[in-house]
Design a protein around this ligand. Structure first.
Ligand SMILES: NC(=O)c1ccc[n+]([C@@H]2O[C@H](COP(=O)([O-])OP(=O)(O)OC[C@H]3O[C@@H](n4cnc5c(N)ncnc54)[C@H](OP(=O)(O)O)[C@@H]3O)[C@@H](O)[C@H]2O)c1
Length: 259
């Protein structure tokens, strides 16, 4: 009997924000012989280190220094990656957060957060949608956040951008299911990365990026519509979002603000 040398799981995975945190951990969680990883980030040195680590685990890599806000550059890179080898899984992960420093969030910061967290996701995913539906195959993972369940005064643009990604992803999942393309919304709680290293308030159930990546990888393998974790935080965020603003708003105003 002939042995099957195809790797189990997706063979070509494209990840944005692979140069740090959850993106790095995802790249290494998928790195194995037979896999091609197309990785993007802005910091060339860190991105190259991640690509080298993935190659040392047996994967092929293509590392691109790109800003997800650059629509044309993203489309060109994503389509070229798909032409090189059909993409099985795209993970739109790149994101930034912003705090209000105790005051109102500036117009500049608001636009910057939406540009990366929302336009950046669209720039990553949209060029692939017609290609994936055309071949009735592929999987699209959108990294939202538990902060997307409900707006918090400490991070309006971040919460708003993550809510948009969540709801867009839920809709897209229903729309593309009939065309053979899977869509998954990922909603992590607190994960230890550069993004959370600046937080000076308690972060319940803080977990490592490696653990988060493993939960995401397993959730995607099972094609879960929503991959929300850790479960106590996910349950709390869901419950809090269901409360009336009349009860919730006065409480939320007392929460610590992100700097
Ligand atoms: N950490 C958490 O607790 C947590 C919780 C829920 C959701 N998330 C989400 O998880 C995702 C990854 O965050 P993380 O915690 O891993 O943070 P991180 O360590 O700060 O990593 C963010 C990644 O996004 C990239 N990036 C940022 N702006 C970019 C741009 N304009 N163009 C291209 N790449 C850009 C960064 O690239 P460079 O480093 O090369 O600049 C980096 O690779 C984000 O979408 C975040 O909102 C995080």
């Amino acid at each position: 009997m002939q042995s099957d040398h195809r790797p189990s799981g997706p063979a070509h995975i494209l990840i944005t924000g692979a140069s740090s945190g959850i993106g790095t951990a995802l790249a290494l969680a998928y790195a194995r012989p037979g896999a091609l990883l197309s990785l993007a980030g802005r910091d060339e040195a860190r991105l190259n280190e991640v690509a080298a680590a993935a190659r040392s685990q047996g994967a092929e890599t293509d590392a691109a220094v790109l800003d997800v806000r650059d629509r044309d550059a993203m489309a060109a890179w994503v389509v070229a990656a798909d032409q090189r080898r059909l993409i099985d899984l795209v993970i739109a992960n790149a994101g930034i957060s912003g705090g209000t420093h105790g005051g109102p969030e500036s117009a500049e910061q608001t636009r910057a957060v939406f540009a990366v967290n929302l336009d950046g996701v669209l720039n990553t995913v949209l060029p692939l949608v017609p290609r994936m539906t055309g071949r009735k195959a592929g999987q699209i993972a959108l990294i939202s956040s538990l902060a997307g369940h409900r707006g918090f005064p400490g991070a309006p643009a971040y919460c708003g951008s993550k809510a948009a990604v969540k709801v867009w992803g839920e809709s897209l999942r229903g729309e593309l299911a009939a065309q053979g393309v899977k869509v998954n919304v990922v909603m992590p709680g607190f994960v230890k990365t550069h993004m959370t290293d600046v937080n000076d308030f308690p972060m319940p159930f803080l977990m490592s990026a490696e653990r988060a990546a493993e939960i995401i990888r397993r959730g995607l393998e099972k094609d879960r519509a929503r991959i929300a974790f850790p479960w106590p935080m996910a349950a709390m965020a869901w419950f809090v979002a269901a409360l009336s603003p009349a009860i919730l708003d006065p409480l939320l105003r007392k929460l610590p603000k992100k700097n």
